[in-house]
Ligand binder design. Sequence first.
Ligand code: NAP
Ligand code: MG
Length: 481
Amino acid sequence: MPTEPKTIFIAGEWSGAQSRASLEVRSPIDGEIFAAISRGGKAEIDRAVAAARAALSGPWTTMAGFERGRIMSKLSALILDNTEELAQLEARDTGKPISQARTDIKATARYFEFYAGAADKVLGDVLPFLDGYQVTVQREARGVCGLIIPWNYPASMFGRTIGPALATGNTVVLKPAEDASMSCARLTALAHQAGLPPGVINLVTGLGEEAGAALSQHTDVDFLSFTGSPEVGTLIQTEAAKNHVPCVLELGGKSPQIVFEDADFEAAAKTIVSVITQNAGQTCSAGSRVLIQRSIYDRFVAVLREKMTEVRVGAPAADLQCGPVINRAQQVKVKGFIERATSDGINVIAQGTLDKSAVATGYFITPTLFGPVPVKHELAQDEVFGPVLAAIPFEDEAEAIAIANGTAYGLVAGLWTENGARQMRVAKKLRVGQVFINNYGAGGGIELPFGGVKRSGHGREKGLEALKEYTVAKTVVLKHG
Ligand code: NAP
Ligand code: MG
């Protein structure tokens, strides 16, 4: 009988679920079961939240910011020292090409490096007030942070959420996705090794409807950060509202790449194809619509076709541009979009090719470029979360903006034009959280505040902006006159 997995970490100790239940972990590369995780639920979430609460009365809270920063720096160094092991684990668990996995692990280390440097720079304000008064606004830790993350970039989201939470003196309970918990467990062990006091970081693996729901419903959590689907985001926010708990929601996107007639075709096409095939298109900020000015539509599509045709899909070890999607359900979902678009008569402009390393039992998808896609079609409106790109023609600037803003989402936009005035004019009119001009960084840039509007969510993570989310302002008014 296999030994029971112990992937739950509470108050500095590893354990299995109280129920002894576990979940099999399948690799998307071949559909094989290669590990198991503990199926934590309400009992484990209760214990983890209690441990995180207790740790707020321990050394973590009295420690100077620079001391917290030193532990985080040590964690960053440990992650870098273990890059290869972590990357192999991440690639096996999520199916991403090994180079992408290494990039993600380096990004994880970079989060802790960045936020370690910020830990002693969480500044407040001194405000002018009435004569005889001194007013300061101090940023204080929120307390216990509940963090729920998805399977697409588990390691780097571990850094994106826990980095700013620790820098500002919070304690955390992390619920990773059932499909990708392996790197989070290893990173948690490294965090403990780096010297985080027990209870500062707690990890509960398990199902969203069990452990995730218990965390979002918990009355002793002070703050929630959720990244995932808009549907679950709504559930989280509803639960949070019942307890008056603030939350940050990073949901999906239908991000437009807008290509004007004066764009650098080569640079634009190369980036656009690379971004939609990165992580097999399972990136919330993937540019999944390419809006092309009608005067250059045919010429630009020809360059896109060439790039898309070159994309090869295979196992992580083959290290091609694109790996499998995360699980069977996601594969069925993405294939459904492709089949419906095809049966609706939408032209397939180009497809990538499956490499021999893409075995039939793995969850592979052939990257596909469709176009022209009518703006009301689901391919132009809904998040596919797969390597599927919709080309949409537009006449002029006004129409480009209307189409770009014409979905329920508002996460990121890419602009491709050499015209400086147009760059600023259009950037100002886009209802999104980030605009990239003549470049595009899907998820890239630890320094860059990230988050959406509308159905893409609210609140900001990454950069110094995240420090505001993970703290709360306290105004202190002293009368000395
Ligand atoms: P999801 O259900 O939103 O999962 C995200 C996280 O929330 C996971 O940790 C999940 O746990 C947890 N969760 C699920 N149900 C919950 C509940 N009732 N209460 C609390 N937590 C809960 O996303 P998914 O099912 O993995 O993917 C579905 C779609 O979401 C994708 O096709 C994609 O369109 C979108 N998505 C977007 C992002 C993004 O970065 N914006 C990331 C992932 C997925 P379990 O994994 O254990 O269920
Ligand atoms: Mg997995």
